[in-house]
Design a protein around this ligand. Structure first.
Ligand code: AVI
Length: 317
């Protein structure tokens, strides 16, 4: 079996811990990518619409912040996916004849190929230079050969998927790879009516449940596991005090799961949870705290009309 050794190691670690967990970065295989695209179109999953609205309504102001010195800049996107939202900015910047390069960075080459083909066809004249690599390695390599001002996009509240205080080391690392005039444009889902947040992770069609189950299926497919997804129920929570939306898969019975690649079995007690994902929600003070403790200052916050979401423009302190 052709398997990813890091995936196997992380699964072993997560299922041997107390409490058990799996890493949500492994949600995104080919099936997971499609499920996430579906999530982004769900009525309950307001995040995508909020960011679309910010881009649609404030693209001129966003542009004037990005191209403040009028030189060529690099628009570098971490985890571009299908570029659905970014396209609004790319189209507008191209129409306005702005001098910029679009550099999407993603670990998945198929995602980048689809995106590049789509953009070449739909936005003629766009300079697109995709890089298939992990974010920091790509940024470090880019820094050796490219001296344009960088604007880094980290959209969709992807930062919220870092557990606990892990967001700060990530942002500090990013800070270390940025130069004086560079900017970070980073999306945060804001604290709001807890029910609205909970519904976003508990959609009526069950796509989010499927998204979680897919990780069990992936372990079966890639690591020779024998998870029976029907023996687990999907349990999303939201804690308005901490701002954490968390999802769990809870074992409906005492059971043992065998994972061939690990030559190991893992026992579950009845009602034992596997912690699957955190999606952190933020107050403006929380965002201020993150910026401050990672060496940034906030230059501008762009909000949607309901104040559900903000795209925050950060510069080095
Ligand atoms: C990618 N990330 C920001 C999404 C989120 O909202 O945490 C992933 C997701 N999980 C369930 N629905 C969407």
């Amino acid at each position: 079996m052709d398997f990813n050794a890091q995936f196997a190691k992380d699964v072993r670690e997560g299922l041997s811990s107390e409490p058990k967990y799996l890493l949500s970065k492994y949600f995104y295989d080919d099936v997971g990518d499609i499920l996430f695209q579906q999530i982004m179109t769900l009525e309950e999953y307001y995040l995508t619409d909020c960011e679309l609205e910010i881009f649609e309504n404030q693209k001129d102001k966003i542009l004037s912040c990005f191209s403040n010195d009028k030189g060529t800049f690099d628009l570098i996107e971490f985890g571009s996916g299908d570029g659905y939202k970014t396209k609004i900015l790319l189209e507008y910047f191209t129409i306005e004849k702005v001098k910029f390069n679009y550099i999407p960075i993603d670990i998945s080459s198929s995602v980048l190929e689809t995106l590049s083909e789509d953009l070449k066809e739909n936005i003629p004249g766009l300079n697109i230079l995709p890089i298939c690599d992990d974010y920091f390695h790509a940024l470090e390599e880019l820094n050796k050969v490219d001296f344009n001002k960088k604007v880094i996009l980290f959209l969709g509240s992807n930062i919220g998927n870092f557990k606990g205080d892990n967001a700060i080391p990530f942002l500090k690392h990013l800070h270390a790879d940025m130069n004086e005039n560079d900017q970070l444009f980073i999306g945060f889902d804001l604290k709001k009516d807890p029910q609205i947040i909970l519904n976003a992770y508990n959609d009526r069609e069950g796509i989010t449940r499927e998204f979680n189950y897919n990780l069990l299926d992936r372990i079966n497919r890639e690591l020779g596991g024998n998870f029976d997804r029907n023996s687990f129920s999907h349990y999303p929570t939201y804690n308005p005090v901490t701002g954490e939306a968390r999802s769990y898969l809870v074992s409906l019975k005492a059971q043992t799961v065998w994972i061939e690649v690990l030559s190991q079995s893992f026992s579950f007690e009845k009602w034992e949870p596997i912690f699957m994902e955190v999606s952190q929600k933020y107050s403006l003070q929380d965002i201020q705290h993150l910026a401050k403790h990672s060496g940034f200052k906030i230059d501008n916050n762009f909000f949607d009309s309901r104040n559900y979401f903000t795209d925050s423009l950060w510069v080095l302190k």
